[in-house]
Structures are given as structure tokens and as C-alpha cells.
Design a protein around this ligand. Structure first.
Ligand code: PRP
Length: 207
């Protein structure tokens, strides 16, 4: 499984803001948006481009656009904080939605929303979720996508735990991961260490 860690100094600085327990919700959301920009930039690095002639005010030259824009799929709630920025970077993208809540005791994801195009064959899909912890939410989400024919999925996560990466790899699902950090481990409550706490709560408040 291809795991790309974005180690750019600006990415590290935004992730540090998100990790810092003193960062309030507004600043957390702003840092998440800026980091999303960098992760999407990295995710699209090898994307196929279509070339068409354009005219500058001076001359004719080659113009470029994404040949096959991805479907963006934020995983609610926390992934919503990445959706607008990803869409700004890829305005031609379509967006689908998956809503999952992780049971705090069993750590199992419970689905509550699934709004996805019926046929995803031949379409790249970018799943947006700040956290890959046990990997249960991501495996569930990607299974929904492959069930609709997707075979080219990118998980875009600000943070990943080694346990979640292993689970994703063991699932055999067709996925690559773009993240700003692979942290040390999960603690007994299923939180990433050192992590940043609960991304959804830090963005939107606890429910
Ligand atoms: C968090 C996070 C991921 C999931 C990761 O969401 O945003 O979706 O947990 O954990 P996993 O890898 O162990 O499945 P949560 O269920 O807390 O919901 P929220 O986004 O609504 O806060």
C-alpha cells in the first residue's frame, strides 16, 4: 500500500497548530483547511491531465486541466472541515457524503448517511477524514465505494495511526494514503498518540 507522508515545513506547522491543546475551534478549522490544501496538492501530483490549446493575450500555448477529476467524499462529521478547501482546489469535482459515528466503547463505526453516485467505475475517489485511528471508519467507507465499482481510492487524512494503516493494508482494498503524519500508536481508548484529540469535537464542539 502506498503511504505518502507530506513532510513540508508548512504542513508540519499547520499540523502543530491542530495538535496544540490551546488552539480554539476557529483556529483549528483554519489550520485544517490550510493543511487540506497541501494534502490535496500532493494527492493530485500524478493526476492525469488533458491538454488543450489556449490563447494568452500574446500567443497560443498548451492549457491543462484534470482529465478525470476525482469524486470527493468527506466522512462526516470531521471530514466536513476538509470538504470546502478540497473543492476549492478541484472545483470541477463532484462530492458525495458518508456519515459515520464511532461508538466510543466498541470503536465500531455506525453509518447514518450514505449519499454517493451509483456507479464509480473508472472514477478516482478522494476520501477526506482528518483521522485514521483503528481504520474501521475508512475500511467501511472504502467498502461502500468499491461496492459501487471504485478501484482507485485515495484516503486523505491529516493523521494516521500505524494500527489503522495496517488494518487498511490487510483489508486488501485498492487504496493509497496521503497524510501529514504517521503517529506513534493508539491508546486504550482508541485515540491517536500524540494525535490531536477528537477532530470532530475540536472543529464543531462535542455532541
Ligand atoms: C473520528 C474520525 C474518523 C474516525 C476514526 O470520527 O473523524 O472518522 O473517528 O476512527 P477509526 O479509524 O477508529 O474508525 P468520530 O466517529 O469521532 O465522528 P465525528 O467525526 O462525528 O466526530
Amino acid at each position: 500500500m502506498d503511504v505518502r507522508v507530506v513532510e513540508h515545513p508548512l504542513a508540519k506547522s499547520r499540523l502543530s497548530t491542530m495538535r496544540d491543546a490551546r488552539t480554539n475551534s476557529a483556529a483549528f478549522r483554519a489550520a485544517l483547511q490550510e493543511l487540506t490544501l497541501m494534502l490535496i496538492y500532493e494527492a493530485t501530483r500524478d493526476a492525469e491531465v488533458a491538454v488543450e490549446p489556449i490563447h494568452t493575450p500574446v500567443a497560443r500555448t498548451d492549457g491543462y486541466r484534470l482529465a478525470n477529476p476525482p469524486l470527493l467524499v468527506p466522512v462526516l462529521r470531521a471530514g466536513l472541515g476538509m470538504a470546502d478547501q478540497a473543492h476549492r482546489m478541484i472545483p470541477e469535482a463532484q462530492m458525495g457524503f458518508v456519515g459515520l459515528a464511532r461508538d466510543e466503547e466498541t470503536l465500531q463505526p455506525t453509518p447514518y448517511l450514505e449519499s454517493l453516485p451509483a456507479d464509480l467505475a473508472g472514477r478516482p475517489v478522494y476520501v477526506l477524514d482528518p483521522m485514521l485511528a483503528t481504520g474501521g471508519s475508512m475500511v467501511h467507507t472504502i467498502s461502500l465505494l468499491t461496492g459501487r465499482g471504485a478501484s482507485d481510492v485515495t484516503a486523505i487524512c491529516t493523521l494516521a495511526a500505524p494500527e489503522g494503516l495496517r488494518r487498511l493494508e490487510d483489508s486488501g482494498l485498492p487504496v493509497r494514503v496521503i497524510t501529514a503524519s504517521v503517529d506513534e500508536r493508539l491508546n486504550e481508548s482508541g485515540f491517536i498518540v500524540p494525535g490531536l484529540g477528537d477532530a470532530g469535537d475540536r472543529e464543531y464542539g462535542s455532541v
